[in-house]
Design a protein around this ligand. Structure first.
Ligand code: FDA
Length: 497
């Protein structure tokens, strides 16, 4: 439903009674565009035809967030919440269809409070993972947190969808390490773990952002890291070696000691093996020469550093880049991207890899990133959290197409390769990772004012497998009216069919 102009006016009027005017930006505010664009990652969603919000609210405390929800409910204006703005489909700040909505941008709510003795922290959703890493390591260098590789990812969306990173084999996903949370629900109530109840607390730890309420803050378990970790980047060309090495990597990487993660980035005719080892070079070289001699890793490949430095190095490939760069929230709008994902349960044969590699020399070719599972991330039962890609998964594939210049259309390369990969990846349903949001796998239809369960099931079972129904039932309990809604939000299932 598109609210009338009068409803929009009433909504803004309602906001003005509870929220200082300098925290509310309408398109007529001089800084509206700069606030809107502040965390947009993908220029695809910043064009003259992009459906933009009626206003952006930048709360500085929980009561402001509650007020936006209460005013929105009263005047029939939906809200979308943005933490780091890294959603691959931009659903935190733009709508695919014409719609009047407000954005709650949590960038001002980004405190990180570390309890060193308890090895826990409270982190607000508007913090970036880079800010979290930096603040934890400065307060307690022996502690860290398992989350993603790009420092500007927002905690709010990232934890909501799981959170994969180079320590997930040892410590699981970010969401697996959440101990408590505070959330504003569809009735404007502020709830903690105890008040929200088992189902809702289960749902927000991996069931995807934008579905169940606005999570303001997360209490997380911090994890021990040694004073020295070792990083390596080893590149292999197809001729010789890459095909054999990738073929072997598929079953080896998920079975390696949990302190060792080796991911693979395939680009042109190269495979880059990128690794973080929670230990010293000497131990790593011994492990690598006995388990993965094909890579020919030697001491010369080792980059020893602190864990915090490794989170910089993975992006900069430079050991002298200051760790303070993790605090930089500026994003660039120069590159258009399109991303898709898959899961692999059965190793792809060498013959098939020989047919896959030529895809990376085609016009419009991007890259794929292979993230090994196994260890802790695979040891948790499928139903313990909404994230179902656990036991039996060898690795995740992320497909990335990127381009610059004009045009918002992704190169055909990415859909062509995705189709080509179908025989090799998980099926019934073909799995996907909710944090690699992809509207191609299905979009909701709204029937009688509420998102239909049938339309949600199409994409929902790909992201959540057998957990989708419980997510929908939970949505039905906490937001039966479907207030928090977008093109790929969990539909409310009120009565079991
Ligand atoms: P954004 O603010 O766009 O929110 C994403 C979704 O969550 C939206 O639907 C939004 O409404 C909702 N949401 C946001 N804040 C919320 C809150 N407080 N409460 C409830 N819902 C909320 N992933 C990964 O697992 N490992 C990785 O290494 C990477 N690397 C990576 C690099 C780059 C460059 C990008 C662009 C993305 C990744 N990702 C990733 C994917 C990333 O985890 C995913 O996009 C997250 O949802 C981003 O969270 P943000 O808060 O930044 O997004």
């Amino acid at each position: 439903s598109v609210p009338s102009l009068a409803a929009s006016g009433d909504f803004l009027q309602c906001l003005s009674t509870s929220i200082p005017s300098q925290l509310v930006f309408t398109p007529s505010s001089p800084s509206f565009t700069s606030v809107l664009v502040s965390s947009i990652r993908n220029p695809k969603f910043f064009t003259p035809t992009t459906v933009r919000p009626l206003c952006i609210v930048t709360p500085t405390n929980a009561s402001h967030v509650q007020a936006v929800v209460l005013c929105g409910r009263r005047h029939d204006v939906r809200v979308r919440v943005r933490s780091g703005g890294h959603d691959y489909e931009g659903l935190s700040y733009r709508s695919e269809r014409p719609e009047t909505f407000a954005v709650v941008d949590l960038a001002n709510l980004r405190a990180v409070r570390v309890d060193r003795a308890a090895a826990t922290a409270w982190v607000d959703s508007g913090a970036t993972v880079g800010e979290l890493y930096y603040t934890v390591a400065k307060a307690a260098p022996e502690l860290a947190f398992p989350a993603g590789l790009c420092p500007t990812i927002g905690v709010g969306g990232h934890f909501s969808g799981g959170g994969m990173g180079l320590m997930m084999r040892k410590y699981g996903l970010s969401a697996d390490n959440v101990l408590d949370a505070t959330l504003v629900d569809a009735n404007g109530r502020l709830l903690d773990k105890e008040a929200m109840g088992t189902d809702l607390f289960w749902a927000i730890r991996g069931g995807g952002g934008g579905n169940f309420g606005i999570v303001l803050s997360w209490k997380v378990r911090l994890v021990p890291v040694p004073p020295t970790v070792t990083f390596f980047d080893i590149q292999r060309s197809v001729d010789p070696g890459a095909v054999n090495a990738v073929t072997k990597w598929q079953t080896l990487a998920p079975a390696l000691p949990e302190d060792l993660s080796i991911r693979v980035i395939v680009q042109t005719n190269q495979a880059l093996f990128q690794s973080l080892y929670l230990g010293t070079c000497t131990a790593l070289v011994t492990t690598m020469s006995s388990l993965f001699p094909e890579l020919g890793m030697t001491r010369a490949d080792c980059r020893e550093m602190t864990w915090l430095q490794s989170m910089v190095y993975v992006n900069s490939a430079d050991t002298t880049t200051p760790v303070e760069t993790l605090l930089n929230r500026t994003t660039s709008l120069s590159t258009f991207t399109k991303n898709k994902s898959d899961y692999v349960k059965k190793a792809i044969t060498k013959d098939s890899w020989e047919k896959i590699f030529p895809w990376f020399n085609k016009t419009g070719a991007g890259i794929i990133i292979l993230e090994p599972h196994g260890g802790r991330v695979s040891g948790i039962a499928d139903a313990d959290t909404p994230f179902p890609h656990r036991s039996g998964i060898l690795y995740n594939i992320q497909y990335v197409a990127f381009w610059t210049g004009n045009g918002t259309d992704a190169p055909n390369w990415i859909s062509g390769l995705y189709d080509f990969m179908e025989p090799f990846v998980s099926k019934n349903p073909r799995g996907a990772y909710v944090n690699y949001r992809d509207l191609d796998i299905g979009e909701n239809t709204v029937v009688g004012g509420v998102t239909s369960y049938e339309s949600g099931k199409v994409w929902g079972e790909k992201y959540f497998g057998g957990n989708f129904e419980r997510l929908a039932i939970t949505k039905g309990k906490v937001d039966a009216g479907d207030y928090f809604r977008n093109e790929q939000s969990v539909p409310p299932l009120v009565s079991r069919k």
